[in-house]
Design a protein around this ligand. Structure first.
Ligand code: ATP
Ligand code: MG
Length: 589
């Protein structure tokens, strides 16, 4: 128990903070619960009156029965409203936690998403938060209510026969022992189950996202086996939870049975010896009987609580991550970015990796100039450009923008002044126009069109049936790879960034389109710094400087002409591509 309660401590504190947001609801819920407890006791009292009336005053039977009916109706009403109030609070807190979870996810850096699986994050957002709500509604309601019911029972029964009351309620502490015993294992079992649910969600999510690959490689069977394995494990872990839950439930239900036996045995004797009236035996019998259900519910609540705590723990594991990329206390008072970028002896290693992806990078890119970055696959190009908008964390002093340490730049300013078209552009399932104006939600359609025109994709968009209103992706048309790249480019261009980063963003467009886009960038560049990562020489040959990255190091740098003369990687790449394009030109002849 110690282990479980120590672990349960922190999540509980988080939960309490949420509960404090709805104090009114809890007061109302508390009052209704008290009322419920009062009517609860009135029922066995009414039964006693009926029995007594039958013995002594048959005239009063009718009135006593009316009492019973009225108490039952009020009990039902109090039960109804206390549940509505408590379940409502549960829903409200669920709503807030889910919003906070989402907002928190948004604040986490790229490295977090590299280390966590989407399916698991989704499972936390859905299943775990659901478990927390169950705990807050049904769980808390019973946790609050049952002790009040027992206190009420003591108040009613003690004056009638203290000895019998103590004996009848004697078995109930057994309940605490039983649930203590089980909850020790249940927390871990639930945690294991919920973790596995996250894994199952991941397989489903990856197969939905990668459906094309699975089909193309005819791996449906393999994936099905993989899913079955994970699902089998889920089944096993959930069965374990289920078995624990039912055995606990069964053991708990023995407690009231034991108590009823005590009432009948001891109470019966006391009636025979005249120490107790028959109607009082009925009162004991009725009240103990009525306590059976709440006691069993409390057993159920113990398991809901363990599941809720396990869910809180899983959620806390994400919520507790402090976003490493946020404004520091020594944030610089900068309101504009001109675009001079300086890398100073930069070495970068991905979290969890042993080999640095970038080593000893020294590079200065003057404001308004263009730098071309080429190099073999995996040489560190994407890594290098991802550091500029601070998608990954670097050491102080290794990157400066306009002479200010990148880590001291206001994050908001960075993100609004730097536009990056990633290598693998993601578009949302919204219209093309909305995708393009993503960074400037109030941009006018004219601006959207202008950006699309500059990205050389306007004509193609207009040819879609719904033009710029065409919905992209899951709910609409599938854009070609080249169209996607250019829509992503338009999305970056509409921002009018001080620094524009194209990470191999023109790889899927033909040569003519590439030239048109670069020509446009060139013409309008005025004061805009450009990073152009490319595998094709044609995309970087006009850049003010070009660097070659190999194995995380800059191995060549200079202008196109200088690098061709140097005779290294760049020159070889250049010659190869020249030969290829000559061949292509000759072919149609
Ligand atoms: N999240 C990561 N964790 C660990 N290592 C990574 C991570 N992302 C990239 N790497 C490694 O860092 C190195 C540089 O990768 P990067 O993506 O920057 O290469 P690249 O030059 O952009 O390649 P490409 O031309 O294929 O786009 C590679 O060895 C890669 O395996
Ligand atoms: Mg790359």
């Amino acid at each position: 128990m110690e282990g479980a309660s120590a672990q349960a401590d922190k999540p509980l504190r988080r939960l309490l903070a949420y509960m404090r947001m709805a104090p009114g609801g809890y007061v109302l819920g508390g009052v209704l619960t008290l009322l419920y407890a009062v009517f609860f006791q009135l029922i066995p009292l009414a039964i006693r009156d009926i029995v007594a009336a039958f013995e002594d005053a048959p005239d009063a039977v009718g009135r006593a029965i009316l009492w019973l009916v009225a108490a039952s109706v009020f009990l039902a009403l109090a039960r109804l409203f206390s549940r509505i109030v408590m379940f409502n609070i549960g829903r409200q807190i669920e709503f807030r936690i889910r919003n906070d979870y989402f907002a928190h996810l948004q604040s986490l850096p790229q490295s977090f998403y590299l280390a966590h699986r989407t399916g698991d994050l989704m499972s936390r957002a859905v299943n775990d938060i659901n478990s927390i709500r169950m705990f807050l509604g049904m769980g808390l309601l019973n946790l609050l209510q049952t002790p009040v019911l027992f206190a009420g029972a003591l108040i009613v029964l003690l004056p009638v026969d203290a000895m019998l009351t103590l004996c009848a309620l004697g078995p109930f502490p057994l309940f605490v022992l039983i649930t203590r015993h089980y909850s020790r294992y249940m927390f871990q079992a639930n945690l294991a189950g919920q973790e596995q649910l996250g894994k199952v969600s991941t397989v489903v999510q990856e197969n939905a996202s990668g459906a094309l690959v699975v089909k193309a490689y005819d791996l449906s069977n393999l994936e099905r086996d993989r899913f079955e394995d994970q699902n089998q494990e889920l089944f096993r872990r959930m069965m374990k939870v289920g078995v624990m839950q039912t055995t606990m439930f069964a053991s708990v239900s023995l407690v009231p049975a034991l108590s009823a036996a005590v009432v009948l045995w001891l109470g019966g004797q006391r009636v025979q010896t005249g120490l107790l009236g028959t109607e009082d035996l009925w009162l004991f019998w009725g009240l103990i009987g009525m306590l059976t259900f709440p006691t069993m519910m409390l057993g159920f609540v113990v398991s809901i609580t363990q599941r809720g705590l396990a869910a809180l723990e899983r959620l806390g594991a994400v919520l507790d991550i402090v976003p490493s990329i946020r404004d520091r206390e020594d944030v610089a008072a900068v309101s504009e970015i001109k675009g001079r970028v300086e890398f100073r002896n930069l070495t970068f290693t991905y979290p969890g990796s042993y080999v640095p992806a970038l080593k000893g990078i020294d590079l200065t890119v003057e404001a308004g100039s263009t730098v071309g970055i080429v190099g073999p696959v995996g040489s560190g190009k994407t890594t290098l450009v991802s550091l500029v908008p601070r998608l990954l964390e670097v050491d102080d002093g290794s990157i400066l923008i306009d002479g200010v340490d990148l880590n001291r730049m206001p994050v908001h300013l960075l993100r609004s002044s730097i536009a990056m078209v990633p290598q693998d552009s993601f578009l949302f399932s919204i219209s093309v126009a909305e995708n393009i104006r993503y960074g400037v939600p109030d941009a006018h359609l004219v601006e959207v069109r202008r950006a699309a025109a500059r990205a050389q994709v306007e004509r193609e968009i207009e040819e879609f049936e719904d033009g710029f209103d065409t919905v992209v992706g899951e709910r609409g048309v599938t854009l070609s790879g080249g169209q996607r790249q250019r829509v992503a480019l338009a999305r970056a261009m509409i921002l009018r960034p001080s620094i524009l980063i194209l990470d191999d963003s023109l790889s899927s467009v033909d040569h003519g389109t590439e030239e048109a886009i670069l020509g446009d960038l060139e013409g309008r560049r005025r004061g805009r710094t450009c990073f152009i990562v490319a595998h094709r020489i044609s995309a970087v040959r006009h850049a003010d400087q070009i660097v070659v990255l190999e194995n995380g190091r800059i191995t060549e740098r200079g202008t196109h002409r200088e690098l061709v003369e140097l005779g290294g990687f760049y020159a070889r790449l250049h010659h190869r591509q020249e030969l290829l394009s000559e061949l292509e030109l000759k072919e149609p002849a």
